[in-house]
Design a protein around this ligand. Structure first.
Ligand SMILES: Cc1cc2nc3c(=O)[nH]c(=O)nc-3n(C[C@H](O)[C@H](O)[C@H](O)COP(=O)(O)OP(=O)(O)OC[C@H]3O[C@@H](n4cnc5c(N)ncnc54)[C@H](O)[C@@H]3O)c2cc1C
Length: 896
């Protein structure tokens, strides 16, 4: 039914005088201004409904002293119109609230936006009318609205969190909230002021309030990391980058991780000396740039507890040098969260303010607030008489403003609060299954508050408006996410979150600041650029995960999950695809070896171990090289004989160096990586026999290496997994050595290519079907392929040592690995399996590149320790709760 007819019928029926539009937008901040502009240009009618008296959103409400942006203003601006960019010049590196508000007013005037905005109008309820395919919005002022599409641009930080302390109403002095600061300002001169809260708003306002007040008492529950803003003119280096090529600068921001054009940092902390790390830190401290210090120190700062702790220590050192009173300094030093896991703040003279004689810090961890009394604030230890209380207690972030419209009723009477009872569930952070034609700008599940929001807002608005225009052109009138797509997005969100340290902090990112709020890491942590490419992929794959319907067109539903790979695996595969490499099998054996060497040289160096020793051992037909990795701990250690991957053709005893280092550290065992002979120079059974011979020799000489006497263990990846499996069978059949356990990572176990994983993962995941054909052809003639020394699945599998078998979802070898594990288990061998979801053949050996492999390597190490009779290892910082169902992972838990 055409819109006009629906509208006519409706207005007579249910809604009477409802205002009829194609699209209703709620909010008139950065997002709610850009939306009407784009929607109008797309030929859609629009009304924006805004509770405030004018445009500005965040910058309308937050007028407290010191309110500024903390992303450099040249980046925190609209970029959709190059003429707008040159028509406005920012006066400072970090503009003040009044300047940003003026800018948004300027934008509203320039594009004549106010004519489509109803101010002082709060949306109170929203209901989907199934029969007419429209939303009905109730408001607290004026006509309700009937619209085909309902877009919430209500802001991530727009619902102030009410104070949690009793007695506020009894207080006889003045009470202010930073998020609702009076428009004509507040005179605090000569007043005794209390500030409660030391998040961004507190940290920005405290130095200025201290300058005015007679006395300022700051009540701090949790200290936050704050860094000097060094405000002033926009830095010349950034300005010249922008002015040199504005379009390229903006595009780089859109493809970056945080929405500000900085490169990916490559050096990891343990590759830098103390002096180098300190120099990097000092440079970052001097820059006064949040995104810089959050991303540019070293590559592992946001993903590894140890790499992060180095920064925390350096910042605490700074606090100690600025704040004169040691007790106050200690109270201001954060110890309870990694740097960046909670939003750090930019400040001007924050720490130095505590050196003023008129400022007192009250550490609520030591003396919690008992009550607010008529004259002030009482803690467990003392009473403070004050004239003014300022609550800088933050926001019910991300979901607060959305849930404040209540109820939002979707298809079949479903309420959004009900659907989100265990935490927000969304598809792409843009929409929710069961809520047709409903969109959120920077909703939970999108990069939002972990990014430069100006960039993220523009991307969301563009994506939504482009879709609405395309739907209209194709005759569709409803769009709705599918449950499958939404659940998949929840899993992907959780996968991304395991890469970060957010799980280690109680923050407003997880809802921990609001009593009773379900804990779930709400923003998408996978980065702005990857997120944008995923949204684009949804479109290029035929609106994947959406159901589209229209009165005169056949319904379309292209169901599925947009990202099934682990996020870092996806990045690696995308990078490899961009390199457009010729197939490895086309390079010839020598060319392929050279390529692999070059590839290996470009990867991050492995982490330090106690000692590395190269040597040779006697093989069947001459010496074989080996490389031994000894842990730093005192021995003797159990010994693991390791076989590298490479299809019996490529690699050597050094090629899996990062994996061997990592496993030696995790298991606390000696790893001896064996340089067995390669095809095509040495064909079957050379590799298998070398593997067995080396194992026997190393077992006999284990004590000389500093190893424990007694059984050894074997491990291998890919073709090396094949050799490890074969070695166990040969050791059983040839009288030893005794093997305590086998770790088989993505092993080759059989010579057939017809299992489903070969078909599903034939191409696109680096190890291809045709590469496997090539390896087999070079190593083994068809007549020999059923020999258990190359197809151990065809051999006798009873009586083998306990096994830990790792298989990866996107690996042609997946199903033969599972088949081998199941065959051993059926024959009575103790077997544990790790079926790694979203991983590819190389996931676990690409140490420090595929970081989502950490948890799996932790499990492998634990299994090896069990096999060797060692107690469970101490969990390393980087695997703390990785992938476990911590409170931060409720989204995933609920979705999976
Ligand atoms: C002090 C402060 C500093 C910040 N600094 C930065 C920064 O430097 N960089 C950065 O990227 N981000 C920053 N942010 C985040 C900031 O919120 C976003 O950058 C951006 O302004 C959000 O724009 P928006 O349009 O999405 O939402 P908002 O600006 O929050 O606007 C939402 C609007 O919706 C209205 N609204 C909500 N519910 C309803 C309803 N039911 N009915 C009618 N109207 C409703 C609200 O009144 C509000 O005006 C900051 C936030 C704060 C609080």
């Amino acid at each position: 039914m055409p819109d006009a007819m629906v509208a006519a019928r409706e207005s007579k029926a249910a809604s009477g005088s409802a205002q009829q539009v194609d699209v209703a937008v709620v909010g008139a901040g950065f997002a709610g201004l850009y939306l009407p502009h784009r929607l109008r240009k797309a030929g859609l009618t629009v009304v924006a409904l805004e509770e405030a008296g004018d445009v500005g959103g965040t910058w309308y409400w937050n007028r407290y002293p010191g309110a500024r942006c903390d992303i450099q203003t040249i980046d925190y601006s609209y970029t959709f119109d190059p003429e707008l960019e040159t028509a406005w010049t920012w006066s400072e590196k970090y503009a003040t609230q009044p300047e940003i508000l003026r800018y948004l007013g300027f934008v509203a005037d320039r594009y004549d936006l106010r004519r489509d905005i109803r101010f002082k109008t709060k949306v109170t309820e929203a209901t989907w009318d199934e029969a007419n395919g429209r939303w009905h919005l109730a408001t607290d002022n004026g006509a309700p609205v009937s619209c085909r599409y309902y877009i919430m641009a209500t802001g991530c930080l727009s619902a102030p969190k009410p104070p949690e302390i009793d007695g506020v109403k009894d207080f006889t002095g003045a009470v202010y909230f930073t998020g609702r600061w009076p428009h004509d300002g507040v005179n605090l001169a000569g007043k005794r002021v209390a500030v409660i809260g030391t998040g961004s708003s507190g940290i920005q306002s405290i130095p200025l309030i201290a300058q005015q007040a007679e006395h300022l008492t700051v009540f701090q529950r949790t200290p936050n990391f704050a860094l000097p803003a060094h405000n002033g003119p926009a830095p010349s280096d950034r300005m010249s980058l922008l002015q040199g090529d504005r379009a390229a600068y903006r595009e780089q921001a859109r493809r970056s991780m945080a929405g500000v054009p900085y490169p990916q940092q490559m050096a990891v902390s343990w590759q830098l000396s103390d002096a180098e790390r300190r120099a990097r830190f000092e440079e970052a401290w001097g820059k006064g740039d949040l995104v810089y210090i959050l991303t540019q120190l070293w590559a592992d700062q946001g993903v590894d507890v140890d790499g992060n702790a180095l920064i925390c220590e350096l910042i605490r050192e700074k606090i100690g040098t600025i704040v004169k009173d040691p007790e106050t300094a200690a109270a201001l030093m954060p110890h309870d969260h990694p740097f960046g896991a909670k939003r750090p703040c930019l400040d001007t003279n924050y720490y130095a303010t505590y050196n003023r004689p008129n400022v007192t810090l009250v550490n609520l961890r030591q003396e919690p607030v008992k009550a607010i009394t008529p004259s002030g604030i009482t803690t467990g230890k003392r009473s403070f008489d004050v004239d003014v209380i300022v609550f800088a207690t933050g926001f019910d972030a991300m979901t607060g403003a959305i849930r404040a419209v209540h109820p939002i009723t979707g298809r079949d009477g479903k309420s959004l609060s009900g659907v989100w009872a265990q935490g927000p569930q969304t598809y792409l952070g843009l929409t929710v299954a069961g809520f047709p034609n409903f969109f959120m700008i920077t909703g939970p599940g999108s990069p939002s508050v972990l990014s430069n929001m100006a960039v993220s807002i523009e991307q969301h608005v563009d994506w939504v408006v482009d879709r609405l225009a395309a739907l209209r052109d194709a005759g569709f009138t409803t769009i709705e996410a599918t449950e499958t797509a939404q659940a998949g997005w929840g899993r992907h969100m959780a996968d991304c979150a395991t890469l970060t340290l957010h799980r280690l902090a109680n923050t407003w990112y997880t809802g921990a600041n609001v009593p009773g709020k379900v804990r779930a890491l709400m923003p998408y942590t996978g980065g702005v650029g990857p997120y944008r490419s995923i949204c684009d992929e949804v479109v290029s794959r035929g609106m994947l995960g959406f159901k589209l319907t229209g009165p005169d067109v056949a319904a379309q539903c292209n169901d599925g999950e947009v990202v099934r790979l682990q996020p870092d695996v996806r990045l690696v595969l995308n990078l490899l695809a961009q390199l457009n490499l010729p197939p490895i099998e086309s390079m010839g054996a020598l060319g392929a070896r050279a390529f692999v060497n070059e590839f290996n040289n470009s990867r991050p160096a492995g982490r330090p171990v106690g000692a590395i020793v190269d040597g040779t051992l006697p093989g069947t037909d001459g010496p074989l090289h080996y490389r031994l990795y000894r842990p730093a701990t005192p021995g003797p250690h159990p010994v693991v004989i390791y076989f590298h991957g490479g299809g019996w053709v490529l690699g050597d005893e050094q090629s899996d160096d990062p994996f061997c280092r990592d496993m030696a550290r995790r298991t606390d065992m000696i790893f001896v990586s064996v340089g067995y002979r390669h095809a095509p120079e040495y064909r079957f059974p050379a590799a298998a026999e070398d593997g067995y011979t080396a194992t026997r020799w190393i077992a006999e000489h284990a004590v000389e290496f500093g190893g424990k006497p007694g059984p050894v263990l074997v491990a291998g990846w890919s073709a090396g997994g094949n050799i490890a499996a074969v070695t166990c069978q040969l050791a059983r059949d040839r009288g030893g050595p005794e093997i305590a356990g086998q770790l088989l990572v993505c092993p080759v176990t059989d010579c057939t290519f017809d299992r489903p994983s070969y078909n599903e993962n034939e191409i696109g995941y680096f190890l291809t079907r045709s590469l496997m054909y090539w390896f087999w052809d070079l190593y083994c003639s068809p007549a020999d392929r059923t020999d258990p020394r190359v197809s151990p699945l065809r051999g006798k599998v009873a009586g083998l040592p306990p096994a830990f078998v790792v298989t990866c979802e996107f690996d042609p070898l997946r199903d033969e690995g599972i088949a081998y594990a199941e065959a051993m288990a059926a024959a009575g061998v103790p077997v544990e399996q790790l079926k790694a979801r979203g991983h590819f053949h190389s996931s676990f050996t690409m140490v420090d590149v595929v970081i989502t492999g950490v948890q799996g390597r932790g499990q492998m190490a634990e299994a090896m320790r069990r096999f060797a009779g060692l107690p469970p290892g101490v969990r390393r910082g980087d695997e703390n709760d990785h992938g476990r169902a911590s409170t931060g992972h409720r989204i995933a838990a609920a979705a999976s």
